[in-house]
Design a protein around this ligand. Structure first.
Ligand code: TXA
Ligand code: MG
Length: 342
């Protein structure tokens, strides 16, 4: 299959072409404010199955369904929890996914046997335009080969998906850079399953106390049942193994500099790039600029794959605010191989 690049800047029919492909049961790369997604008609199980094949995604990892207006949630969920409305008022459209009980119209290919479904109303104008034009909700995971860093540009989507999907809608680079926050409203208490663009602190202003799933902090074995199946898989990983060093940035930079041997990559805050003259250095934002770190982290992790580094050291922000999401992605890229400097 030839993958066509659709550019709304030069082609006024780009969104219509993408929507037609989706209604024909094809998969299309879609920009969102977080990362690119691989979108298919969420109500068509055969189309959704193509997403899993394109990504090489494990069959037990359910997909998020994207809608363009809040009221569409009533078509997908028989009993919308009251907190969903409050969260939507505060954070939709935006980088938040809510897990709610699923309606019968959701095919098994989307929910992978669970009784719940993740719903998200993205803020990216092209994503919303595509959902509206297609007239159906869109199931979409991040548009990367399973296990690789998520994609934040159309070029990165093409790199992973060339020949595997029908088209990519080019919306330029994504603004947030890490995936949406996933919170479940289907348990006794709200629980954060994946940190993302909406912070834990922001969620708590609306929901009160929010539990935090332990998969955020530790590696989960294959045999363990987890709340978000996606959390147990190796993720976001460049080809070379990654070691994270956490703590005061000046000290972590010095620690890394003292431990370098052989062809080495370093993912570091802008301030410390000059400390590693013999290494492939990828700066991912100032130590105080979490928004920049979120935007850059996947891009910079991907960049190491064009080099011959045999190991990668990484600095990492602390867990406050958006730092929780950035740190989670870096720790997952490292398979939770983390050195904590006290
Ligand atoms: O920002 C995003 O959320 C992007 C863009 C494209 O919208 N999408 C995305 O999808 O990151 P994906 O499939 O890469 O990650 C979805 C995560 C996975 O960890 C999955 O296991 C979890 O959400 N998830 C989906 N449905 C679920 C459900 N019903 N119950 C628990 N976890 C669920
Ligand atoms: Mg993903």
């Amino acid at each position: 299959m030839e993958t066509i690049m659709l550019s709304p800047q030069t082609d006024e029919n780009a969104v219509k072409t993408a929507a037609d492909l989706i209604l024909q049961g094809e998969v299309v790369g879609m920009p969102t404010e977080t990362v690119y997604g691989l979108a298919a008609n969420a109500l068509n199980g055969d189309a959704v199955a193509k997403i899993f094949r394109a990504k090489g995604r494990p069959q037990d990892n359910p997909l998020i369904v994207h809608i363009a207006a809040f009221d569409q949630i009533y078509d997908l969920c028989p009993a919308v929890p009251p907190q969903a409305k409050l969260l939507a008022e505060a954070f939709w459209p935006g980088p938040l996914t809510m897990i709610v009980p699923k309606g019968d119209c959701i095919p098994d290919e989307v929910s992978c046997g669970l009784e719940t479904v993740g719903i998200r109303l993205p803020s990216h104008p092209l994503a919303r335009d595509l959902i509206r034009t297609a007239g159906v909700p869109l199931a979409a995971p991040s548009a990367n080969t399973s296990g690789r860093p998520s994609t934040t540009t159309a070029e990165h989507v093409l790199r992973d998906m060339n020949g595997k999907i029908a088209a990519i809608l080019d919306g330029g680079p994504c603004g947030v850079g890490v995936e949406s926050t996933v919170v479940t409203l289907a348990l006794d208490k709200p629980r954060l399953l994946r940190p993302g663009g909406v912070t834990l602190e922001q969620l708590e202003t609306v929901l009160g106390e929010v539990e935090v799933d332990r998969a955020l902090y530790e590696k989960i074995g294959d045999d363990v049942r987890v709340s978000a199946p996606g959390m147990k898989y190796r993720h976001y990983a460049p080809k070379a193994p990654v070691t994270v060093v956490r703590g005061d940035p000046q000290r972590t930079a010095e620690y890394i500099a003292a431990h370098i041997s052989g062809p080495t990559g370093v993912l570091c805050f802008d301030e410390y790039g000059d400390l590693f003259p013999t290494c492939v250095v990828e700066r991912f934002g100032s130590q105080n600029d979490l928004a920049a770190q979120a935007r850059e982290v996947f891009d910079r992790l991907r960049a190491f794959d064009d080099t011959d580094v045999q190991q990668i050291w990484a600095q990492c922000p602390s867990d406050e605010g958006l730092g929780l999401a950035v740190a989670n992605r870096i720790k997952k890229a490292a398979g939770f191989h983390v050195i904590e400097l006290s």
